[in-house]
Design a protein around this ligand. Structure first.
Ligand SMILES: Nc1ncnc2c1ncn2[C@@H]1O[C@H](COP(=O)(O)OP(=O)(O)OP(=O)(O)O)[C@@H](O)[C@H]1O
Ligand SMILES: [Mg+2]
Length: 235
């Protein structure tokens, strides 16, 4: 099982969108895939799969109240989804349990994709530490890049070397950093470029994954390309 964590410094750069749709693309190809919402501070992933009222969540598993399989829900194309509590209630949540819980959730799966929290908080460190493969996500703007650089330093401190960078919300404007400069600044390869695309917001509004609703949109095409790269590089 390959465990892939999507990390970003700044919030709102599209981590949840990309993690969910990458996982869905892998499931669509017939890969056994588990999608985990470990973004406890902004637990929005369930909204894309109508799981906001899920009775059991990752938080309950980490409290030791239920066994891991009870928090797994089936999504489109057999994707296995583990939402976290939409209320963000962290009372009694034991982050030390995370590695063994993820191990158990990923049993017999080919891929596990994890939506990590942003920033440099305690739970961010706990989630990043579980990553075998880490993808750094950033938008091509200065504030996002600067936060991403801090996250890269944190990852290195944890002994993790990100596989590369995914750029999201690329508009191709001259106020953006060009990919070559981002590659140089972060000293990492650029694995994908997802354009700014209104379809992403429309899909969020409908509460369904982009890839299901608008499979031919520019953002979906870029995510599908990235999935191929990931699959080739990781398997
Ligand atoms: N490629 C894109 N084109 C247009 N809008 C996008 C794109 N990617 C993300 N968005 C929009 O940006 C917003 C944030 O996206 P998302 O929730 O995936 O980010 P996040 O990094 O997970 O945020 P958070 O820090 O809250 O967890 C959403 O409204 C989404 O529709
Ligand atoms: Mg998110």
């Amino acid at each position: 099982m390959r465990r892939v964590v999507l990390a970003s410094g700044k919030g709102g750069v599209g981590r949840t969108t990309l993690t969910a749709n990458l996982a869905l693309a892998l499931a669509k190809e017939g890969r056994t895939t588990v999608l985990v919402d470990a973004c406890f501070s902004s637990p929005n992933l369930g909204l894309l799969f109508k799981l906001e009222k899920a009775p059991y969540t990752l938080n309950d598993v980490l409290r030791g109240e239920i066994p891991p399989p009870d928090a797994v829900y089936e999504g489109p194309h057999g994707l296995r989804i583990v939402p976290s509590s939409i209320s963000g209630d962290m009372r009694g949540v034991d982050l030390a349990r995370l590695p063994s819980v993820l191990e158990s959730l990923g049993e017999k799966a080919e891929f596990m994709l994890i939506d990590a929290p942003g920033g440099l908080r305690r739970e961010t460190v706990a989630v990043l530490k579980t990553g075998q493969e880490v993808l750094l996500l950033t938008s091509p703007e200065v504030t996002s890049l600067s936060d991403t650089m801090r996250t890269k330093v944190l990852l290195e401190f944890l002994g993790l070397h990100p596989r590369g960078v995914v750029l999201n919300r690329v508009r191709g404007k001259d106020y953006e950093f060009p990919p070559a400069e981002i590659k140089r600044l972060l000293d990492l390869p650029i694995l994908g470029k997802v354009p700014e695309d209104l379809s992403v917001r429309k899909a969020w509004r409908r509460g369904e994954p982009l890839l299901e609703l608008y499979p031919r949109s520019p953002a979906s095409r870029a995510i599908t390309e990235l999935t191929e790269k990931l699959r080739k590089g990781l398997s």
